[in-house]
Design a binder for this molecule. Structure first.
Ligand SMILES: [Cu+2]
Ligand SMILES: [Zn+2]
Length: 190
């Protein structure tokens, strides 16, 4: 009995492996001056995509953070990232009765020294294919805001300016983690 049960499972695993696998992938976060301030490590699981954020140089306190719809982080205002990633056309906010956007996440809390270590989840999202893939089309982006997201205000939780941004793209997934010293590459070229 057990053997016949195993065959479909093995086939399922083989099929899954034929897709490109971008999990885990590391997204480099940039501030408004276009300096790298940290990383977000994205891993796909059965529950969605987990986001392990590690960053520095931020204002202490609560900040909104979301997945935005476009893979475009043009400083200093990052308006190029568009609205929150919202493939189901829902309202904004984890506390909104008709919410939430797929890209909505809980606020992060930055410590007094300006650093943050946080683990978040984008429930139901994937890094492969389909309507809920953060890599669909040209990809998406992660944006951190100056203020906290109140969880209900439209269209984006009254979280204020966009202060950091990172690309969720296939190119970013294929790239080695960016060097911690952004000038390290420049020296080699001189
Ligand atoms: Cu946002
Ligand atoms: Zn939203």
């Amino acid at each position: 009995m057990k053997k016949t049960f195993l065959i479909p499972i093995v086939l399922l695993i083989l099929t899954a492996c034929q897709q490109e696998d971008y999990s885990p992938m590391t997204v480099t976060m940039y501030n408004q001056a276009n300096d790298a301030i940290g990383t977000a490590k994205l891993s796909e699981s059965a529950d969605g995509v987990s986001v392990e954020l590690s960053a520095e140089g931020l204002e202490p306190g609560l900040h909104g953070i979301h997945v935005h719809e476009y893979a475009k982080c043009d400083p200093p205002d990052f308006q190029s990232a568009g609205n929150h990633y919202n493939p189901d056309g829902k309202e904004h906010g984890l506390m909104h009765p008709e919410g939430s956007h797929l890209g909505d996440m809980p606020n992060i809390e930055v410590d007094g020294d300006g650093t943050v270590e946080a683990e978040l989840l984008v429930p139901g999202a994937t890094l492969t294919e389909g309507n809920y893939s953060l890599l669909q089309g040209e990809g998406t982006s992660i944006v951190i805001h100056e203020k906290q997201d109140d969880g209900v205000s439209q269209p984006s939780g009254d979280a204020g300016k966009r202060i950091a941004c990172g690309l969720i793209t296939v190119e970013e997934a294929n790239e080695e983690t960016a060097p911690s010293d952004p000038t390290a590459n420049n020296k080699e070229e001189e």
